[in-house]
Ligand binder design. Structure first.
Ligand code: PEP
Length: 256
């Protein structure tokens, strides 16, 4: 993981009512207070719960992420929420380009890049997701697809924001399936992403950008993944919906 500070982010997807989300946030708050925490920690409730969860987690180290946003600040976009609105409700992060957004809502790399520009302008830190489908992996196109997505989602981002960015490599075939990329598969893709970033942005910036792994991360596989050279944390779906399992994914402060 080099010198990068890890990030553990929970994606709650379309789960939990406001009361349930606040209850989970309260359990995470209590658990965090009881342990040393060697990572940045973020939870991603639905838009409807961002305000209440942010209030519950105020004063803790736990950040709050939206799961998506519109690229415009406001306007006639029925059903949408802007970065400014998420920020005003208490979010400081936003997950963009999740494979479920790409698969079910037609999101493209260019659309994700436009949202990322707008997120940064709104004061949100984007987590930009990339990942190949099973078919793409089986036809030997993993790196071509993933690196193409990396180029696409970073296009047009302000140069001064690049070093602070977070990418998430999430093989689509590993999301919610119980299948995880092996440590070798994860490191191969993370290393290739890091090399691409170094080629395109310079190695100083590439060494700063965090690359999370996502795809059925669980308490029993997280340590192996976090130990990999180019894995800087995890984006977690299912295992983030239970406070104990989410808390057990967070590495402690290394002893000095
Ligand atoms: C995700 O939603 O980003 C994810 C990785 O889900 P899961 O951990 O359930 O595979």
């Amino acid at each position: 993981m080099a010198d990068r500070h890890p990030l553990i982010a929970g994606n709650w997807k379309m789960n939990l009512t406001v009361d349930e989300a606040v209850d989970l946030a309260a359990k995470i708050r209590a658990g965090i207070a009881e342990r040393t925490v060697g990572a940045d920690v973020v939870v991603g409730p639905t838009d409807l719960c961002v305000e209440a969860v942010s209030r519950e987690l105020k004063g803790t180290i736990v950040g709050v992420a939206g799961q998506n946003m519109h690229k415009e600040r406001s306007g006639a976009y029925t059903g949408e929420v802007s970065g400014e609105m998420l920020r005003a409700a208490g979010a400081n992060w936003v997950i963009l380009g999740h494979s479920e957004r790409r698969q079910y809502f037609g999101e493209t790399d260019a659309g994700v890049a436009a949202k990322a520009v707008s997120a940064l302008a709104a004061g949100l830190k984007p987590i930009l997701c990339v990942g190949e489908t099973l078919e793409e992996r089986e036809s030997g196109r993993t790196l071509e697809v993933v690196l193409g997505q990396v180029d696409g989602v970073l296009a047009g981002l302000p140069e001064n924001e690049l070093a602070g960015l977070t990418l998430a490599y999430e093989p689509v075939w590993a999301i919610g399936t119980g299948l995880t990329a092996s440590n070798e598969q994860a490191q191969e893709v993370h290393g290739a992403i890091r090399n691409r970033l170094a080629t395109n942005l310079g190695s100083a910036i590439a060494e700063k950008i965090r690359i999370l792994y996502g795809g059925s991360v669980k308490p029993d596989n997280v340590a192996g993944l976090l130990a990999l050279q180019d894995v800087d944390g995890a984006l977690v779906g299912g295992a983030s919906l239970d406070a104990e399992s989410f808390l057990s994914l967070i590495p402690p402060l290394p002893s000095t």
